[in-house]
Design a protein around this ligand. Structure first.
Ligand SMILES: NC(=O)c1ccc[n+]([C@@H]2O[C@H](COP(=O)([O-])OP(=O)(O)OC[C@H]3O[C@@H](n4cnc5c(N)ncnc54)[C@H](O)[C@@H]3O)[C@@H](O)[C@H]2O)c1
Length: 400
């Protein structure tokens, strides 16, 4: 049987450490035997980022705008220790941050559900996808310690007209924080959430604390509501899905009692906190997928975890590792499926489906990596090393 062809390329971004090792194995064992891969390759490994002064990261992000689909391996975000380890010319920014800034996207994170890796919350049966707004609030806040005295906020409009409001009169020392956000950024976030809900046919929940934050959080609520009423309502009704707004505290309570199967859109800080809670409550970080969706229809897929540095050092010493490749495989299947959908390439869509099924079936047959073997409820799990596990998925795939 001939290989599946791809009319248009996807952007392939290679990465670092153990995930770079896995990346090659996944391509060789699971994808290239079946698909005539058509990719625009960018090496985002730290050495090459350093050689190009990080230009390669921006070039890759620009290429995603052209191709509309990308798949990314986990990469090191350098800190002082990494600067020394890799003898870097400078402390480059997080590649994910750079790509997000170019694409203006929203990150959606969803767990991969398999039998035997049971969520800690008994009622959860389907994935809960967290959509996190990635601009402003506490992450771009101005902060300072203050002594006794008065703090005012002064706004000057483009014509020089000033508006001054008292924030607080301090009769004891205190601290100050000033947050902001931008309406276009909130609109982009809302559009990405509505579009993603439509493309995955899931209900969308959004939550803030607008009863307390009557202007700031209320602006988020109003932007979502306006867009829904003016543009998305008929599309949601056609797909039989709903948009639902509630207070963040009510949302948390409802999420804990829900069956899952919806997207939960969160402001920046809420999304940061809740995505880690949801990931660990579903079982394992190594089973969490992540997709960056931009409001103008670009998609970048990756695993939610990092480069699994500890396993890489073992691998370099020639020791056996048992690193879970599933989230990285799902990044590839996600990107191939999206390419297939955009190009109406049914064979490619079917292949992506099979690849995911092969991962799930292999784990459900009791064969898995060490991180899963120690949390599974399956009787007698068989712990495999990285390479054998990928080969086992390959055997399952070949038999489907
Ligand atoms: N999206 C990204 O590119 C991304 C995300 C997070 C961290 N990072 C980078 O990754 C490097 C390592 O960071 P970290 O250790 O904080 O995060 P990590 O996700 O690599 O590891 C966190 C913990 O989870 C375990 N783990 C994660 N993925 C696993 C897998 N697939 N199989 C088995 N165990 C797994 C690790 O052993 C470790 O104990 C850092 O340089 C960081 O900058 C990159």
């Amino acid at each position: 049987m001939g290989k599946i062809s791809m009319q248009n390329p996807i952007v392939e971004m290679d990465g670092d450490e153990m995930t770079r090792v896995i990346w090659k194995m996944i391509k060789e064992n699971l994808i290239e035997p079946y698909v005539e891969l058509n990719t625009k390759y960018f090496d985002l490994g730290l050495e090459h980022r350093d050689e190009t002064g990080d230009a390669v990261t921006t070039e890759a992000a620009e290429a995603i705008k052209e191709c509309h689909v990308g798949v990314k391996c986990a990469t090191i975000t350098p800190n002082a220790a990494r600067q020394e380890e890799y003898n870097l010319k400078e402390l480059y920014k997080s590649p994910n941050g750079t790509i997000r800034a170019v694409l203006d996207g929203t990150v959606f994170r969803a767990p991969i559900i398999v039998k035997g890796i049971d969520p800690y919350v008994r009622t959860w049966k389907k994935p809960i996808t967290i959509a996190r707004h990635a601009y402003g609030d506490v992450y771009r806040a101005f902060e300072m310690p203050v002594g006794l005295g008065k703090v005012d906020v002064l706004y000057t409009d483009p014509f020089g007209v000033e508006k001054r409001e008292e924030v607080q009169s301090f009769d004891k020392p205190g601290v100050l924080q000033v947050q902001h956000n931008l309406k276009p950024s909130i609109e982009s976030f809302a559009k990405s959430c509505f579009n993603y809900a439509l493309s995955t046919k899931q209900d969308l929940w959004f939550s803030t604390k607008d009863t307390i934050s009557k202007i700031y959080d209320h602006t988020f609520k109003d932007i979502f509501n306006d867009l829904y009423e003016k543009r998305y309502k008929p599309l949601f009704e056609k797909e039989g899905i709903t948009y639902f707004y509630t207070l963040i505290d009510d949302a948390v309570a409802r999420v804990m009692r829900s069956e899952g199967g919806f997207i939960w859109a969160c402001k920046n800080y809420d999304g940061d906190v809740m995505s880690d809670m949801v990931a660990s409550a579903f079982g394992s970080l190594s089973m969490m997928t992540s997709v960056l969706v931009s409001p103008d229809g670009n998609f970048e897929y990756e695993a939610a975890h990092g480069t699994v540095q500890r396993h890489y050092y073992k691998h370099l010493k020639g020791e056996e590792t048992s690193t879970n490749p599933v989230a990285t495989i799902f990044a590839w299947s996600g990107a191939l499926r999206k390419r297939g959908e955009l190009d109406e390439n049914k064979e490619l869509i079917d292949f992506a489906q099979k690849l995911e099924k092969a991962c799930v079936n292999t784990i459900e047959s009791g064969k898995m990596t060490g991180d899963l073997a120690c949390i599974t409820s399956a009787p007698d799990p068989q712990k495999l090393n990285t390479e054998d596990f990928i080969k086992e998925i390959g055997n399952t795939l070949a038999a489907l």
